[in-house]
Every structure is written in structure tokens, then in C-alpha cells.
Design a protein around this ligand. Structure first.
Ligand SMILES: [Fe+2]
Length: 349
């Protein structure tokens, strides 16, 4: 035996030969075994199917006309279980239309009886080669899919880390803002938490929530530009000082406007001191003209300022603060947002 043929025997392809004529089964099996294949024989579709369920075959060669179960029925039953199984149909010339039908049903090839054994061997080799190629392509596709999944997961992980470090650096900035005024320690974080809780109740999308998180953390960034002696003043502010502090939303806009990432957060910073009735600053916007994010932020901002100790007064009791907010419903605050704040007890966060 030539070395190449010897190599083929290593694969030990199992072939199932199905024919009701014993002599055909025997001759075909003998020839294929000479080629290095292992063969199992069956006298009809039913017996063949029993073998197929029990063993693993690389290929089936089947007659079409047989008692009990014919080759076409066998083909359909095999394909239902293993759509990739290669089947070569062998048939007499008058039954050629049955063979054509079998091809439509997924047979790999058909050979006319009396069968030329060399022709069958060539067809077997082609069928097995095609099966191997299909398996290789499938394995390649599976590997590619795995690779894509792996890379996607790694990218998503990197994106999460990047996003987290970004928000963390903004948190540091927010803490720096809070540190300017010892009475507002943790203020930005509390405003952020309450603002997000309100926005969730209002059905904000994930993207809008993320924007709001940045806006709420940075709403007072303009205070960086306000002198400490005014911010930390222990006595009530003069009219000029009060006017000076009112510049912080516009200073905030100036700080952030050069950074592309913060462009869509700027309206929240600019308008967080607008009042619902138009009496706020810097633009005196009213009602829906105030961006919803700014209407949200202004409420926890005021609430947190009232519940924190200030230089010229102590901490107000919660009930008094809630009554004060109610008094400003529809004036300073959006009435619907205030209702969410009250009903969902957002202030308990
Ligand atoms: Fe502010």
C-alpha cells in the first residue's frame, strides 16, 4: 500500500452500506475496505437506521428501492438527526427520478446501477473530503465567533473601567468644590444621588441619567472662581456679596465650555438657580423653558443647603424644611418634581 493510502486508513472512516442485494453489499464493502475504510452493511433502511442511531458514520451509501424502508425515507430520517451527513444514493436507471428527488432532499451524489466500483470510490473520497472541509470551515467560524466574543468582552470591560475612572475624576473635582465651603462637605454627592432618584421616577433614559450624574456633581463648579472669604463668611452677606456669589453658574459655564465632553451638561450648570416662576438667575427662565435636569438639580440643591448647618444658623428640622419646600411649590420649584420628591421620600436618601 502506498504511504498516502496508508495515511487515509488512520482516519478510520466508517461507511454504512445499505442494499437489499447481499452480493452488492459484500462486493462494495470489500472494495472500500481495500481502500482503507471500515464498513458496516444493512439490508434495508430500517436496519441501517438502527446502526446509524448506535454508531458514528462518516458516510452512508444506500440503494433506493428496498423492502421495509427505502433509501429516500432513510435519507430523510438521517438528515433530520444529522443534516451534515453525506449520503450517496445508488439506483437502477429506471428509478433515476427517485435519485434526483433524493438529491433535492440533500443526498450528496447518486450513482446508476450496475455500479462501477471505481466511480463509487471516487464519489466516496469526494464526499469525505467535502465533509472534512465543511467541518474545518465550521470549526474556523466557531473560533472566529469565540474570538469576536472575547474581544468584545475585553473592550466592554475596558470601556467600563474608562467610564468609571472618568466619573471618579469628576467626583474628585466635585469634592474639591465642596471643600471650598466647609459647610457643604458631601453636598455634590448628595445632590447627585437625589437628582438621579428623581430622574429615574421621571423615566429618564440611561444616557440622560449619565449626563445628569455629571451635571449634578458639577453644578457648583463655578464656586471655584468665588473668593473663599465670601463663601466662608460667618456673618450674613451684603447685597454686593450676594450678587457676587450669584455669578457662579456663569463662571461654571466658562470653566466647562471648552471641553467637548461637558457641552451637553452646561445647561444644567447654567440654569440650576432658575426658579419655576421665572424669578431665578442668571436668565430668569420659567417653567418648561428651564431644562428638566436643571429643574431637578435645583430641588435637592436647596433641600441639602437647608438641612446642612450654615454659619449664620443651625440645622433646620426636616419637617420645617419640607414645609418650606411646599411653600415654594410652583414658585421656586417645578410642582411635579416636588411631588415626586415628597411622595417617593427622595429626601430620605
Ligand atoms: Fe449653586
Amino acid at each position: 500500500m502506498k504511504p498516502m493510502e496508508g495515511a487515509l486508513t488512520l482516519r478510520e472512516d466508517q461507511i454504512l452500506i445499505v442494499d437489499d442485494e447481499e452480493v452488492i453489499r459484500t462486493v462494495l464493502a470489500k472494495r472500500l475496505e481495500k481502500e482503507g475504510y471500515s464498513c458496516t452493511t444493512a439490508q434495508n433502511g430500517k436496519v441501517a437506521l438502527a446502526h446509524f442511531y448506535k454508531n458514528t458514520f462518516s458516510l452512508i451509501i444506500s440503494d433506493i428501492k428496498m423492502p421495509e424502508m427505502d433509501g429516500v425515507e432513510l435519507l430523510q430520517k438521517v438528515k433530520a438527526v444529522d443534516p451534515k451527513m453525506k449520503m450517496i444514493m445508488v439506483t437502477a436507471y429506471p428509478e433515476i427520478d427517485l435519485a434526483v428527488n433524493a438529491m433535492r432532499l440533500g443526498a450528496y451524489d447518486f450513482i446508476i446501477k450496475p455500479a462501477d466500483l471505481d466511480l463509487i470510490v471516487i464519489s466516496v473520497k469526494k464526499a469525505l473530503e467535502s465533509k472534512r472541509l465543511e467541518e474545518e470551515i465550521e470549526a474556523y467560524h466557531n473560533r472566529m465567533e469565540e474570538l469576536v466574543e472575547e474581544r468584545t468582552a475585553r473592550l466592554q470591560q475596558a470601556y467600563r473601567i474608562l467610564k468609571k475612572s472618568h466619573i471618579d475624576s469628576v467626583k474628585v473635582l466635585a469634592e474639591a468644590i465642596d471643600a471650598k465651603d466647609p459647610y457643604t462637605r458631601g453636598h455634590s454627592d448628595r445632590v447627585k444621588r437625589m437628582s438621579l432618584a428623581i430622574a429615574r421616577e421621571m423615566g429618564f433614559s440611561e444616557e440622560k441619567l449619565e449626563n445628569l450624574e455629571y451635571g449634578a456633581l458639577l453644578h457648583d463648579i463655578g464656586k471655584i472662581g468665588i473668593k473663599d472669604e465670601v463663601l466662608r463668611k460667618q456673618t450674613p452677606l451684603s447685597a454686593e456679596e450676594y450678587q457676587y456669589i450669584r455669578e457662579h453658574p456663569l463662571i461654571g459655564v466658562k470653566i466647562l465650555e471648552g471641553v467637548e465632553f461637558f457641552k451637553d451638561k452646561i445647561p444644567m450648570i447654567r440654569h440650576h438657580h432658575e426658579h419655576y416662576d421665572g424669578s431665578g438667575y442668571p436668565d430668569g427662565l420659567a417653567g418648561e423653558a428651564i431644562p428638566s435636569e436643571a429643574r431637578i438639580i435645583s430641588l435637592p440643591d436647596a433641600f441639602d443647603a437647608m438641612t446642612s448647618a450654615r454659619p449664620h444658623r443651625g440645622i433646620m428640622p426636616l419637617q420645617d424644611v419640607l414645609a418650606e419646600l411646599e411653600r415654594h411649590k410652583g414658585k421656586q420649584f417645578d410642582p411635579q418634581i416636588l411631588e415626586i420628591f415628597q411622595q417617593k421620600k427622595i429626601y430620605k436618601l
